[in-house]
Design a protein around this ligand. Structure first.
Ligand SMILES: [Zn+2]
Ligand SMILES: [Zn+2]
Ligand SMILES: [Zn+2]
Ligand SMILES: [Zn+2]
Length: 289
């Protein structure tokens, strides 16, 4: 039978008790990080520059290397610099800086838009990705001559009050019939936490229907949308990726042309719309919610 001894009975030469590692309180995915878990953590203030590679200024991530003088560099820069330290020209790329790797792995930071309401606690390595897609990041209103700058959540009311643009809510993957009233040119489409703008633009040959997304150009491939317009036995359709609203000054890459003979701006127009995230980006979308 195994009996547990009281610490006082341990021989003086007994090895120190191995510290029991707490099981990780968080999952690897940032969306599972619970702010409450960190309320009792140690608050520390330091210059965030020390967490960046001094050569490329990107956030450091494992593997991190150091030269014999202790200067740090990321693995990409070690390769680019042919394993010469960017600060002192000593050889680098062989000695890992495990202390910094551990620090970065354990570091949890706030989103830069915390003051706007984002309560996310992020792993340092996912901070930039999250912030590039954070729904609390401010967007400039895409309507000409409007200098409104606000997080996405404020756009529905702004569009309605200042631009008389209605909001249409839908779910990813479901088909919706969006109804444009006569002369109506834009409808704001809200799909879960994401905003899109559905256009019905007048053109010489007819009307151009297309979708843009409130997000960066990198996010364009994260979504696929389908548009269908029916007229009698005819069916016009488009499948594409929504361009970023940030490129609004450029003509859309592709659009559904609804010829004048099919539709007049004097009539209402039914556009069937389906938006879905592309498979590979489902996880990164979930991480930004
Ligand atoms: Zn670097
Ligand atoms: Zn060096
Ligand atoms: Zn955020
Ligand atoms: Zn505006």
């Amino acid at each position: 039978m195994v009996r547990f001894s009281a610490p006082a009975e341990f021989p003086a030469s007994a090895p120190p008790l191995k510290r029991i590692k707490r099981s990780p309180v968080v999952d690897d995915l940032e969306e599972n990080l619970d702010p409450e878990e960190y309320l009792n953590g140690v608050n520390a203030t330091f210059d965030m520059d020390i967490l960046e590679c001094h050569i490329c200024l990107e956030p450091l991530s494992a593997p991190i290397y150091q030269c014999s003088n202790g200067h740090l560099a990321c693995s990409v820069c070690c390769q680019i610099m042919s394993n010469k330290c960017g600060t002192c020209s000593e050889q680098t790329g062989k000695i890992r800086c495990l202390a910094m790797e551990k620090l970065i792995e354990s570091l949890r930071v706030n989103c830069i838009y915390a003051d706007s309401g984002c309560l996310k606690i992020l792993k340092y390595g996912t901070k930039r990705l999250h912030e590039s897609k954070c729904s609390f990041a401010p967007y400039a209103c895409p309507n000409p001559d409007c200098d409104f700058l606000a997080p996405l959540k404020d756009f529905s009311s702004h569009f309605l009050e200042l631009h008389q643009i209605r909001t249409w809510e839908l779910l990813y993957g479901s088909w919706n019939t969006v109804l444009f009233k006569p002369h109506e040119k834009k409808i704001l489409v809200k799909a879960e936490n994401k905003l899109f703008l559905l256009y019905n633009d007048k053109d010489d040959l007819g009307n151009l229907a297309f979708l843009r997304q409130f997000g960066s150009q990198q996010e364009e491939m994260c979504f696929v949308y389908h548009l269908v317009v029916r007229k009698g036995k005819r069916r016009l359709s488009l499948e594409s990726h929504p361009q970023s609203i940030l490129t609004v000054e450029r003509r859309p890459c592709d659009f559904l042309l609804i010829p004048m003979q099919t539709y007049s701006i004097e009539e209402s127009l039914e556009i069937e719309l389906c938006i879905r995230p592309t498979e590979s980006d489902l996880n990164s979308l979930a991480a930004t919610k």
